[in-house]
Design a protein around this ligand. Structure first.
Ligand code: PLP
Length: 368
C-alpha cells in the first residue's frame, strides 16, 4: 500500500459536484477576470482572517511582491526575513531591487529568531517578513514591538498558515499586511496558482488593488507602474467551494499530528515538531520530523513507497543566487543543522488510519 505525501484526488472526489457546478457557473457568465467570485472570496477571506480588507492576486509570491511594493520597498532598501523558507520569501525582495537580509531561526519553532532581529537592522531596513513555516506562526509580539521601535513595516508570509492562530490572533492579521498562497498543496489549495493579501490599512489596501492592475485608478489612468496580477474567477469559484471546509481540514491535520507525536515520542532518533505555547492553532501544512538518520530513513521510506520530502534542503544564505550578499555559514548555526535533518511526511486530512499506522511503523523501524 503506497502512501502519497499528499493526495488531492481524494479531496476532489469529495467535492466534485460542488466544484463542477462552481466552474460551470463561471463559464456561463464568461466573466473570467475579476468576476463576482473574486470579490466574494476577498470578502470571505477578510472575514475569516478578521481583517478589514483583502486583495486577491495571481500567486502567493505576488502577494509578497505587491505587499512590499505597497510598503515602498525599492532599490537600496533592505528587508529582513528568515533564513529558512520557500524561495519566494526572499526572491521577491531581490525583484524589487532591494536586498534580503537573513536571520537565523529558533531551534524549536523553525521560525525567525526575534532575539537576532535588532542586530540585523540598519538604516536601510524597510520591512520585516516573518514566515509562519509549516503552519505555525512566528513569535509575533516581539517582532511587532521591534518593528514599531524602528518604524519598520511587517509583511507576514502566511502562505503556509491560513487560519493559524497566535495567542488567538489570526495569521496574516497582525502585521501591516498578510500574504496567503493558494498553491494546490497549501491548506486552502486552488486549482492552479493564486494568492491573497489581507490588511487593516485602507491606504495599503488601495495601493495593493492598484498594483495588481497595472497601477491604474480609475481604469486607464496609471498613478504608478503596477503589474498584471489578478486571481482568476475560476480559481476564486473553486476556493469558495473549499473555504467552508478549511477549519475542519486543519483540525483533521492536527489529529494526525497528535497521533504522530504520540507514536514517536519515545523514538530516540526522531524529533517531533514542537508547538510553541503562543501558537494556539497550528495548522500543520507540513508535519516535519528531524533526525540525524534522515538519509537512512528517506531511503527506507522510498522503498516502502511512503511519500516524503525535504522542506527545505538549502537555507537562503547558501543559495548560489545570494552568494554576492556575502553571508557566512557560522552566522546560521541553527538553519545549517535543521536543513541537514528535517523531512516531512503525509499529514493531509484524508490520510486514513491504516495509512498513518503504516507510516508510523515504517519510520519506527527505520529509526531504531
Ligand atoms: C507557497 C509559499 C510561497 C509562495 O506561494 P506561491 O503561491 O507558490 O507563489 C511563499 N512563501 C511560502 C513560505 C510558501 O510556502
Amino acid at each position: 500500500m503506497a502512501v502519497p505525501l499528499l493526495d488531492l484526488k481524494r479531496q476532489y472526489a469529495y467535492l466534485k459536484e460542488e466544484m463542477d457546478a462552481a466552474i460551470s457557473e463561471v463559464f456561463e457568465s464568461e466573466l473570467f477576470i475579476l468576476g463576482p467570485q473574486v470579490s466574494e472570496l476577498e470578502q470571505k477571506i477578510a472575514e475569516y482572517c478578521h481583517t478589514k480588507y483583502a486583495v486577491a492576486v495571481a500567486s502567493g509570491s505576488d502577494a509578497l511582491l505587491l505587499s512590499l511594493r505597497a510598503c515602498d520597498v525599492g532599490p537600496g532598501d533592505e528587508v529582513i526575513t528568515s533564513d529558512f523558507s520557500f524561495f519566494a520569501s526572499a526572491g521577491v525582495v531581490s525583484h524589487l531591487g532591494a536586498s534580503p537580509v537573513f536571520v537565523d531561526i529558533e531551534p524549536d519553532s523553525y521560525n525567525i529568531n526575534p532575539e537576532l532581529l535588532e542586530k540585523a537592522i540598519t538604516p536601510k531596513t524597510k520591512a520585516i517578513v516573518p514566515v509562519h513555516l509549516f503552519g505555525q506562526m512566528a513569535d509575533m509580539d516581539p517582532i511587532m514591538q521591534i518593528a514599531k521601535m524602528h518604524n519598520l513595516k511587517v509583511v507576514e508570509d502566511a502562505a503556509q498558515s491560513i487560519g493559524a492562530e497566535y495567542k488567538s490572533n489570526l495569521s496574516g492579521s497582525i502585521g501591516d499586511l498578510g500574504c496567503f498562497s493558494f498553491f494546490p498543496s497549501k491548506n486552502l489549495g486552488g486549482s492552479g496558482d493564486g494568492g491573497m493579501i489581507v490588511t487593516n490599512s485602507q491606504e495599503l489596501y488601495e495601493k495593493c488593488k492598484m498594483l495588481r492592475s497595472h497601477g491604474e485608478k480609475p481604469k486607464y489612468y496609471h498613478r504608478i507602474v503596477g503589474y498584471n496580477s489578478r486571481l482568476d474567477s475560476l480559481q476564486a469559484a473553486t476556493l469558495l467551494v473549499k473555504l467552508p471546509y478549511l477549519r475542519k481540514w486543519s483540525e483533521k491535520r492536527i489529529e494526525h499530528a497528535r497521533r504522530y507525536d504520540e507514536a514517536f515520542k519515545d523514538v530516540q532518533a526522531v524529533t517531533t515538531p514542537k508547538v510553541m505555547d503562543y501558537n494556539t492553532f497550528h495548522i500543520y501544512n507540513q508535519y516535519t520530523l528531524a533526525s540525524p538518520k534522515r538519509k537512512k530513513i528517506m531511503v527506507g521510506l522510498k522503498d516502502a513507497e511512503i511519500g516524503h520530502a525535504i522542506y527545505y534542503p538549502v537555507p537562503f544564505h547558501k543559495q548560489d543566487c545570494f552568494a554576492d550578499l556575502g553571508y557566512k555559514p557560522e552566522d546560521f548555526e541553527v538553519t545549517n543543522e535543521v536543513t541537514e535533518q528535517v523531512f516531512s511526511i503525509p499529514v493531509y486530512p484524508e490520510l486514513t488510519d491504516d495509512e498513518q499506522a503504516r507510516v508510523i511503523e515504517t519510520i519506527k523501524k527505520l529509526a531504531s
